[in-house]
Each structure stands twice: as C-alpha cells, then as structure tokens.
Write a protein that binds this ligand. Structure first.
Ligand SMILES: Cc1ncc(COP(=O)(O)O)c(C=O)c1O
Length: 369
C-alpha cells in the first residue's frame, strides 16, 4: 500500500528524446540535474540514453558521481562547481568539467595533475545571460590559457558552450545577438588551433525551433520530461510525471466550517472534505492553497484553504469520496487531471519549478514504468 507516489513514464522520456533527435542532426545531451527535474536522475538518464541521447548534463559533481555510481558511463558534463570541490574525483570518474576563467581553469589543471589524466573541458562564454561564463573581452585570455594547458597535456578541450537568455523564446532578438557573440568566440577558439568536438548553446526550445543554434550538440531538459518548452505550441512531447496520493481522511462538515490554517476557506453548504497527505514538505507550494486544482472522484477540484507541511484539504461537495481514493495532482492530462504547465500558470511560475520541487522527496515513493 502507498500513500503518495510520483509515477515516471520512462517510455515518455524515450519518446521525447526521439522527438528531439528527429528535430536536429546534432547530438542530444539530456539534462538530468535537479534529480532529473524531479523525475529521478538515474532512471531519467538511462531512459534518455535509451531514447537516443548521447551525453548527459548536470550542474554539480555530486550529481555526476551519482550517475557514475549507478553504472552510467555516457559522457557527462558537470557545469557548476565551486572552488575546492572534488574535481580530481570527477576526472577519475571520467566526468567533464566546465571552465570560464583562468582561475577555474587552474583548478581543473590542478585536478588533472592529481588525477593523473587530462581533464575533458568545456569552455564557457557568457554571450549575454550574465550568469557564469567568460565575458567576451576576457575570452582570448581564457582560450590562450587553455591552449597552453592542452599542450601541457593537462586538459583536452571537448566543448565550447553558452546558454540563452530567453530560453522559452528562441526567436527573441537577444538570442540572435547571443548567437553572433558565440560565433565570434568560436572563431577565436579556431584561430588558436583548438578543435572542440562539441559546440553547444541550444536548450529544449531552441533544439525544437531554432536549427541555427544547434551546432554539434543541443542540451535539452524540459523537453526530455515532456514539458512543452513553448506552451502555445505542440511538439508531440509526452509529460513523464504523474503525482498522486490517496485520501487519508474524509468527513462531512456543516455550512460555515473553516478549513485549515487561517480559515482562508469557509464552507458555504454542508459538504465532504477530503484530507490529502501531501504538503509543502513534499513539494506542493503553499501558495497552491485556494488556487491549484487536483483530480479527485472524476472531477477537477480546487485545493481548499492553506496547504500545510504535510497535508491539504479538498472540498468535494456531495460527491462520494472515501479514505483511500486516489487523487491525481498533476499528470499528462489524459484523464482530465491538471498538467504541470497548468499548475505553473496558476502559481505564476514555470513548469520546471513545479516538477523539480518533487525531486528527492522522502515521503513520496517513486515508481517507473
Ligand atoms: C546550462 C543549461 N543548459 C541546458 C538546460 C536545459 O534547458 P531546458 O530545460 O530549457 O531544455 C539548462 C536548464 O536550466 C541549463 O541550466
């Protein structure tokens, strides 16, 4: 018996990666950071590789090592690493690292020396996003340093990369400007005699709609999990995550009954309240109270009153709802249940956040099929 579960449709992940492959001649890197956007990093990675991805991308070394510990050997890039983190361990596990400054390159070279092997490096240029990456005016300095490190046998330049500002609007003029900056950065690299195997800037939306951004590799996350990268367009993707729980308790209450903390909801008529054993401790944002919908007893219903740490309440009217009944919070939408996208638009966020919130949740069992 189970109380709450996240079901991940691995066939959907395979299908989605196949859709990405059909949209590009470039390699596909499946982004499985954030516990595979809440879907489970290892299982998602295996499914994505099964669907035709050739590389994996994560933020941290720990995330990459988790994949290696599970026996996944595909080329894997970890792109967000603080000074002093175990880069040598990463290199020993054949994990590729990013470098965006001479200081970061030094860390990578030191790790290569300790690991006794050259580091596979992806050089990151900031084409406009304004997060990580070398500014264009510092790019030559970085490229020359890495060329020297490569001739010293400490690194092997595998990639050159960047990331878009408008990830859901690949045709935004800023993205075109970023592509121009990226092209200049690649020219500098070529002029230095370096020949990176993979040049990459495209995320899911760009992979599906902007071929000029594909280069040798696209880095796709949201599309892998079936989240439409541009909600107004149908790319034939299938959402992979379904979140459901069982009703823990149900009772009749009279009109005028306050529900949950702060009594932000008061019943208007005699009604049945169902208690669902999921709360903000499980990834349901507190602001979902009196806002987001769930599917219960064959109908959509609004979460009633405040979401608390472990539970929320649903007003079911006169419908017969019993403890043990299944309530579906979100899924592909086939039955009528809300999608992650619908949760996101009600909560004023993006579907990425809705699903990633379910990553690493100890009180929800995860099943795969
Ligand atoms: C650096 C980087 N590349 C690629 C991706 C994948 O983006 P998307 O989920 O839009 O495909 C992300 C996700 O945020 C990212 O941080």
């Amino acid at each position: 018996m189970w109380q709450a579960e996240i079901h991940v449709d691995l066939a959907a992940i395979r299908h989605n990666v196949a859709r990405l492959n059909a949209a590009t001649t470039a390699e596909v890197m499946a982004v499985v950071k954030g516990d595979g956007y809440g879907h489970g990093a290892v299982e998602s990675a295996r499914a994505a590789l099964g669907g035709g991805a050739s590389r994996l991308g994560v933020a941290t070394i720990d995330e990459a090592l988790q994949l290696r510990a599970a026996g996944i050997t595909a080329p894997t890039l970890a792109w967000l690493v603080c000074p002093g983190m175990p880069r040598a361990r990463a290199l020993a596990a054949d994990i590729e690292l990013s470098a965006a400054s001479p200081a970061e390159l030094r860390e990578v070279c030191d790790a290569a020396f300790v690991a006794g092997r050259p580091a596979g490096v992806h050089l990151k240029v900031d084409t406009g996003l304004g997060r990580g990456g070398a500014r264009p005016e510092r790019w030559l300095e970085l490229v020359e340093a890495v060329a020297k490190a490569q001739s010293d046998g400490l690194v092997e330049v595998v990639g050159v990369w960047s990331h878009f500002v408008h990830t859901d609007r690949p045709h935004h003029p800023t993205n075109a400007r970023q592509l121009a900056v990226f092209a200049e950065a690649l020219d500098v690299v070529a002029a230095t005699g370096l020949r990176p195997a993979v040049r990459h800037i495209a995320n899911s939306a760009a992979a599906l709609t902007l071929p000029a951004s594909h280069f040798d590799l696209v880095r796709a996350g949201s599309a892998v999990y079936g989240l439409p990268p541009m909600p107004d367009r149908d790319f034939g993707l299938r959402p992979a995550m379904t979140v459901r729980a069982r009703v823990a308790f149900a009772k009749r209450v009279p009109a005028g009954a306050g529900v949950s903390y702060g009594h932000t909801y008061v019943t208007r008529e005699p009604t049945t309240l169902a208690v669902v054993p999921l709360g903000y401790g499980d990834g349901i944002p507190r602001v979902a109270g009196n806002a987001a919908h769930v599917w219960l007893g064959g109908a959509r219903r609004t979460i009633t009153g405040r979401v608390s740490m472990d539970q929320f309440v649903v007003d079911c009217g006169d419908d017969p709802v019993e403890p043990g009944d299944v309530v579906t919070l979100l899924g592909p939408g086939d039955m009528g249940e809300p999608t992650a996208e619908e949760w996101a638009s009600i909560l004023g966020t993006v579907s990425y956040e809705v699903v990633t919130n379910f990553g690493g949740r100890s009180r929800i069992r995860r099943t795969y099929g």
